[in-house]
Design a protein around this ligand. Sequence first.
Ligand SMILES: NC(=O)c1ccc[n+]([C@@H]2O[C@H](COP(=O)([O-])OP(=O)(O)OC[C@H]3O[C@@H](n4cnc5c(N)ncnc54)[C@H](OP(=O)(O)O)[C@@H]3O)[C@@H](O)[C@H]2O)c1
Length: 274
Amino acid sequence: MKTFEQKNVYITGGSSGIGLTAAKMLAAEGSNVLVFSRSQGRLDEAVREIEGRRKSEGQRVAAMQLDVSQHEEVNRVMAEAVEQFGVPDLLINCAGKAVPRPFEEISFEQFDDIMRTNFYGCWCTIQALLPHMKKLGGAHIVNVSSMAGFIGVFGYADYGASKFAMMGLSETLRMELKQYNIGVSVLCPPDTDTPGYDLENKTKPPETWEIGKTAKLIEPEVVVRAMLKGIRKGQYMILANAEGWFIYWAKRYVPFVLDSMLDKAVKRAQGKKK
Ligand SMILES: NC(=O)c1ccc[n+]([C@@H]2O[C@H](COP(=O)([O-])OP(=O)(O)OC[C@H]3O[C@@H](n4cnc5c(N)ncnc54)[C@H](OP(=O)(O)O)[C@@H]3O)[C@@H](O)[C@H]2O)c1
């Protein structure tokens, strides 16, 4: 996909943070944008903001209420979306959340909710839209994982499991969907300054804070700029900046160096607690 002009873009989690930033930047590129999330109030506000960023008044901007963790609801809402808005040329699976806690403090209910929202939500959305996207040809899917989707991080047992699962799904789909001319990318942002990140900070254990200090907090615009560039280039793995690429290669080729750096951060935080 070389241009986003006049393309239909669906964004789950498009009412806040990275998803909303993507919606606004794509509207500025000339796309028709449809955002999905649970809170109608936030969706209404998002639509106003996205409309304000349109390149031309002919571009369509709309929102639909959806809880991606509910399988039947995803099927129903996506069928309505295709009928009312048209098939997506670009699908961005961005709905997600993290509630960092040590493994023993994560209830089954929290684990279930994180897996359903982050992983099942992505799975079900793709499953509902794929038959339509196959007919279109030339479509693209971006799954928003995380750097915690390729590095296990203290406090993210449930979140990491959901984001690693997204990597397995994305890698498989990249291979399977090529025959239908559908591109697949996975976006792995580092800590990004969003309302979701602020919420995450409320439960973050000291060890997770200390690990967070090893990478810079970045703005959602930086993440989305990298994503749009990656889609244009047909890139599978998309990282937000040079630091992200450095950490990615370190994890692949010298994992012991990265593990030792992260272990030291955990030890420092635990030392401060004593
Ligand atoms: N910010 C970071 O540091 C960071 C780093 C790496 C990866 N990520 C990933 O990037 C994505 C966006 O994160 P963010 O920080 O931008 O979060 P955010 O500001 O909290 O936005 C999350 C969006 O997802 C929606 N959402 C949450 N649960 C949903 C559900 N069950 N069904 C439908 N929509 C739902 C929210 O709206 P409602 O609550 O109204 O539904 C909101 O629109 C997530 O997948 C996150 O894991 C974020």
